[in-house]
Design a protein around this ligand. Structure first.
Ligand SMILES: [Zn+2]
Length: 416
């Protein structure tokens, strides 16, 4: 069975390894690792708008006993029987136990962000990055908060996640849902849509249920915000063209692919590249000696998810930019300045975001997911209310005109 298109695009872009693959355990390659790093840097920068987070990378073993005390027994966790020097361990199946212990030890009210992998058994289908056994990256933020501050803090992180998704051209909506009540006494899910217009959950945000909070030995409320590589997989599904992966420049490992020819003024192009790099642009170069090689070079840049290709290879002194979605080549009178390159990238990102926004809006529309209803009209109509859109803003009930709220409807019930 051949892999789904997004997986083939990620493989062709050298983000993950191609066949032979291990079921449920995607193996990441350099470009994918770089994109993940950029995504995490973006997340940390958004978190720091309020408060700088401590950063942690936990090992792949954790204490089975400490985990059982909090979560009880889980059938999908791998316990390890006799690892010399590590009695009573399991393959790490979560971060929160280790992160909360750290915050307690340090008596810290600041957030901690743990990044790493967790390993759980996953029976059935394992579409890479959507449902894996070895889930990487798992990014999990934890913070302790006084109970009167917790909800406001959760709201802030909901904005952080929505902004993070929008920075990679993925529109989303945050929904407060009573589902998952055993984990969160308040649960927010960040919902985006796939190209087939089905809603999917890209992040979870909780004020932890009291039972878990007590099991963690904590008096304060515990904030838990998490997302995984599924963000990138969704971006890869949404942002693609006939050439391959077309990620926004925010997370594209290479933003500018420069095709040179032997006839270039080498000193001039070297200085120009230096200026681009000094301007914060991620550039790489390749050499093309013929028209065929130039076309192949452009295709190779695009396969690798490069949003902007600049060719200095046609005739001496010629500069051609090639933007994507749609692919459009433009002759420039001179080498573009770093600012001009930033502008071209921003325009490309805006095109991606606009297309994704159109997909999201039509999915919401066709699925009838977003409705404005007062409580009684929501009940009367027998709507399958999945949750309430946050932030909660009063709206006019579509049915009776009184004050209601924005509801997220899911006729299929819970979705993932
Ligand atoms: Zn009503």
């Amino acid at each position: 069975m051949s892999a789904p298109p997004y997986v083939r695009a990620l493989e062709a872009a050298k983000f993950i390894m191609g066949p032979p693959s291990i079921k449920g355990i995607p193996l990441w390659r350099g470009a994918g690792l770089r994109a993940v790093q950029l995504l995490i840097e973006g997340f940390l920068a958004l978190v720091a708008r309020r408060e700088e987070a401590a950063f942690a990378e936990h090992g792949f073993l954790s204490s089975a006993e400490a985990n059982k005390e909090v979560f009880g027994s889980y059938a999908n966790v791998y316990e390890l029987l006799d690892v010399p020097g590590h009695p009573g361990t399991q393959f790490r199946s979560d971060n929160i136990v280790t992160s909360i212990a750290r915050l307690q030890r340090e008596d810290s009210a600041a957030p901690v962000v743990a990044v790493g992998s967790i390993l759980r058994d996953a029976a059935g289908k394992t579409p890479p990055l959507f449902r894996d056994r070895n889930i990487w990256p798992v990014v999990e933020l934890n913070q302790l908060a006084d109970s009167d501050k917790a909800l406001e803090l959760l709201g802030f992180y909901a904005t952080v996640i929505e902004d993070l998704l929008w920075s990679i051209g993925v529109p989303s909506v945050t929904v407060e849902t009573p589902a998952l009540a055993s984990y969160g006494k308040t649960t927010y899910l960040t919902v985006a849509v796939l190209p087939n217009k089905r809603p999917t959950v890209l992040a979870t945000l909780y004020i932890l249920a009291d039972e878990l909070r007590v099991a963690l030995g904590e008096q304060h409320d515990v904030i838990d915000v998490g997302f995984t590589g599924k963000l990138l997989a969704t971006a890869a599904m949404v942002h693609v063209d006939a050439r391959g992966l077309a990620l926004p420049s925010t997370i594209a490992p290479v933003q500018v692919g420069v095709t040179l020819s032997a006839g270039n003024d080498q000193a001039q192009s070297a200085q120009w590249l230096e200026e681009l790099r000094a301007g914060g642009l991620r550039c790489e170069t390749t050499l093309a000696g013929s028209q065929g090689a130039r076309a192949r070079a452009e295709q190779a840049w695009h396969r690798r998810s490069v949003p902007l290709v600049i060719g200095l290879d046609r005739t001496p002194g010629a500069v051609t930019t090639c933007t994507r979605l749609p692919i459009k080549r433009t002759e420039l009178p001179e080498l573009p300045s770093p600012q001009a390159v930033h502008d071209l990238l921003a325009a490309g990102d805006a095109r991606l975001a606009k297309t994704a926004r159109r997909l999201f809006d039509s999915a919401m529309d066709e699925g009838g997911h977003l409705r404005s209803r007062c409580d009684s009209c929501a009940e009367d109509a027998g709507l399958a209310v999945f949750g309430v859109v946050v932030p909660r803003t009063p709206v006019r009930c579509e049915r009776c005109g009184t004050t209601g709220q924005r509801l997220f409807i899911s006729d299929e019930g819970r979705f993932y």
